[in-house]
Design a protein around this ligand. Sequence first.
Ligand SMILES: Cc1cc2nc3c(=O)[nH]c(=O)nc-3n(C[C@H](O)[C@H](O)[C@H](O)COP(=O)(O)O)c2cc1C
Length: 219
Amino acid sequence: MDIWQAIEDRHSVRQYELKPIEEDIIHQLNHEIALCQQESGLKIQLICNEPQAFQSFFVHYGRFKNVHNYIAFIIKSDDDNEKVGYFGERVVLKAQQLGLNTCWVGATYHAKKVPCSLHAEEKIACVITVGYGITQGKPHKSLPMEKCCLCIDEKTEWFEKGMQAVMLAPTAMNSQKFFLTLKDHHVDISSHGSYDKINLGIVKYHFEQGSQKDSSIWL
Ligand SMILES: Cc1cc2nc3c(=O)[nH]c(=O)nc-3n(C[C@H](O)[C@H](O)[C@H](O)COP(=O)(O)O)c2cc1C
């Protein structure tokens, strides 16, 4: 599955089958996580067969079910949140390519139950659930693209492709509170609202994949 297919197919999935993730798939996911850790300097940990962090009243409300595997992102400062979004979404799309489903989770889990050792200044920024979904999820409602971008330069095909990928990106509470401006052959981006920095990183990753540009595109 190529990255574009993964971007199109990915939707948040909160209910999972009890089937464990195969060793080979875990190995490939851990390999991507190791690369992301190396490039970002973040602490990223795949935790398998751990049901406690999602065992709570949320289960009874039918929100999350059978979450036994998740990836924790550990940060030292809120300045790391953009990187969490960028590298977290890279892991999400890799998981999708490996036949897994995911959901970003910033709030609705028990952070204290996550079994990773934190140094004094460290905290968990968020987790991403991972496993075999009972369903593949469904496309989110989306704002029209025109509400999320402006072209000061003449619109290019790469910008259009980048924006198509951006509109498919997950954002906290599906807020889509971001704005991209094409000017001087570069792109200016802003985001606001809760989890703005994580959302910003996610959106940047989608834009780069869709437009096939690298990080030098950002103003
Ligand atoms: C930073 C971030 C935090 C999120 N936190 C939660 C959460 O605490 N609980 C939850 O059920 N979903 C959470 N989500 C999932 C969003 O609700 C979901 O991505 C959004 O509704 C768009 O749907 P989609 O992912 O299917 O495209 C979060 C997503 C992001 C990006």
